[in-house]
Ligand binder design. Structure first.
Ligand code: FEO
Length: 397
């Protein structure tokens, strides 16, 4: 059929029928500088099955891509691996148009689709480890609770050795290229790391357990098809290996120094700390918050060993940008970091102490007391900043 949007063939019997969101730049606080895709897949089994849908405004694009392969009314089953709105936001409307024989979700997915999207009835729960016959093919479901919602599950299509991995192994990257081997490796590794750092990092212990379970089950699918970004047909083992590394959160000698500044005093302290870090053998990344997005700070922390945070004191408080990044990072629960707080002040000087309090709540191992400098730092004060950097570097060896 002649349709405005067309499907992309993934294997003999699986097609990508998702949508490309070239415009999105903010995904609830995460800077999606390269846009994203909402991936859905059509399985041409005896029972024709749609895996996931797309964000509501992209429903027509989904239906058009399906129609480029077959009449959407021929779909027998829909599987909802994840009830977040970027994958289920148009599920109710699609169910109304397609009128599938059955719709499947995890037990928690049935609950979430009811409570969150108000889809009442008509959805069958599948159990962890259970299989669904599609006639000549079989889907096997594995629950992945809290990766990253309670309802999350993944589905293995044994006959194609293909894993529908839902958000897992995904990334926010808009492109017409559908496969990992069509996208420069430095781009997909960078975007996959950003996705992990900003979405999955808090659940790293669960990811390590899942990877262990996958190993015990002997699963190493030839193709991994996530719900965002490219399909892995060349490097499925490589992305799984990266997840193992990121989930382990082994500290390196990289030190992230993030800060804001009022009159450049806290900024020059940051630069002196950075020089001290480098002199001590660490690899500093200075991230001034006037030009660094919180989600990029989170990405840099993914493989760091230290987090050092600075702020001037404004009205007895830390700067709003510093409070923002700390709130965000605290939620992501990074592990195995050392850290420190610093800042210039005029009179009250509360900000570095407040920062140190948050870093302590984050279980970051603090090096020294909060470093405060009154007004513009002189050479002596900057020497103290440099010494702090060197001391932190020594902790990273
Ligand atoms: Fe892509 Fe958790 O949604």
């Amino acid at each position: 059929m002649n349709t405005p949007f067309t499907a992309v063939q993934i294997t003999d019997r699986v097609y990508w029928v998702g949508a490309i969101d070239w415009a999105i730049r903010d995904f609830h606080g995460y800077s999606t500088s390269r846009g994203t895709t909402y991936n859905a897949y059509l399985v041409l089994a005896d029972k024709i099955t749609l895996i996931d849908t797309v964000k509501a405004p992209f429903k027509d694009e989904l239906l058009s891509r399906i129609a480029s392969v077959l009449d959407p009314g021929r779909i027998d089953y829909i599987v909802s691996n994840h009830s977040e709105m970027d994958h289920s936001g148009c599920l109710r409307e699609v169910m109304g148009i397609v009128k599938p024989e059955k719709v499947f979700a995890s037990q928690m997915g049935v609950k979430a689709l009811s409570e969150n999207l108000h889809i009442e009835g008509g959805i069958e729960a599948v159990k962890d480890g259970s299989s669904l016959s599609l006639g000549n093919m079989t889907l096997t479901f594995l629950e992945t609770r809290m990766l990253h919602w309670p309802d999350s599950m993944i589905a293995l299509l044994a006959e194609e050795d293909l894993l529908f991995s839902q958000d897992g192994f995904g990334m926010h990257l808009a492109s017409t290229e559908r496969f990992d081997d069509q996208i420069p490796k430095e781009i997909w590794t960078q975007e996959a790391a950003k996705y992990y750092a900003n979405i999955l990092l808090p659940y790293s212990p669960l990811i390590l357990k899942l990877l262990e379970r996958v190993g015990e089950l002997g699963l190493s699918p030839k193709i991994i098809a996530p719900d965002h970004g490219p399909v892995f047909r060349q490097s499925p083992g490589e992305i799984v290996g990266l997840y193992g590394k990121w989930a382990a959160q082994k500290p390196t000698n990289k030190a992230v120094v993030t800060y804001d500044t009022m009159w450049q005093s806290t900024a020059v302290m940051a630069r002196a700390i950075g020089d001290g870090l480098a002199a001590g053998g660490a690899s500093p990344r200075l991230m001034p918050l006037g030009s660094s997005h919180r989600s990029d700070v989170a990405t840099e922390i993914l493989d760091a060993g230290a987090l050092i945070v600075g702020s001037p004191t404004l009205n007895n408080n830390m700067f709003p940008t510093v409070a923002d990044v700390l709130t965000y990072l605290k939620g992501l629960r990074p592990k195995n970091l050392v850290g420190a707080a610093f800042g210039s002040y005029g009179w009250g000087g509360e900000a570095p102490k407040q920062i140190a309090g948050v870093l302590a709540e984050m279980k970051i191992d603090l090096v020294g007391d909060p470093l405060r400098v009154k007004y513009v730092p002189d050479a002596q004060a900057l020497s103290v900043c440099r010494a702090l950097g060197t001391e932190i570097a020594q902790r990273l060896e």
